[in-house]
Design a protein around this ligand. Structure first.
Ligand code: SF4
Ligand code: SF4
Length: 109
């Protein structure tokens, strides 16, 4: 398969950082996501965590290659900041057996 172009979205065919790639996302208490989805968050030593029971974020919908984030417009800041194609992305992808991507921007969920 050719490498992703700027017109394709590699996240829809991956989802690693929203699933098995990591255990949780930290969310600040004053973020819109926390205010809207408090029931999904667990306090842990002063921070709120969006956990993944069953190895998948409860906001991750669909299946490859049409994965999407149900909370996308107001997703946590950590998700907004997640760098597609950088080291943490490559680490998450490797954990589910996918190769690294070129650096193409921030995660689209
Ligand atoms: S940011 Fe990286 S690990 Fe996360 S869904 Fe996109 S390609 Fe996969
Ligand atoms: S981008 Fe959406 S699906 Fe992925 S971890 Fe964040 S809230 Fe969950």
């Amino acid at each position: 398969m050719p490498p992703p172009s700027p017109t394709t979205d590699p996240c829809r065919d991956c989802g690693a950082c929203c699933a098995q790639g990591f255990d949780c996302v930290e969310v600040e208490a004053d973020e819109p996501f926390a205010l809207l989805h408090r029931a999904l968050l667990q306090p842990d030593f002063g921070v709120l965590q969006l956990r993944r029971p069953g190895g998948r974020c409860p906001c991750l919908l669909g299946a490859r290659p049409t994965l999407r984030c149900e909370a996308y417009p107001l997703r946590p800041q950590s998700c907004r900041d997640f760098p597609v194609g950088e080291d943490s992305c490559a680490e998450a992808r490797a954990r589910i057996g996918l190769p690294p991507l070129p650096q193409v921007g921030t995660a689209t969920g």
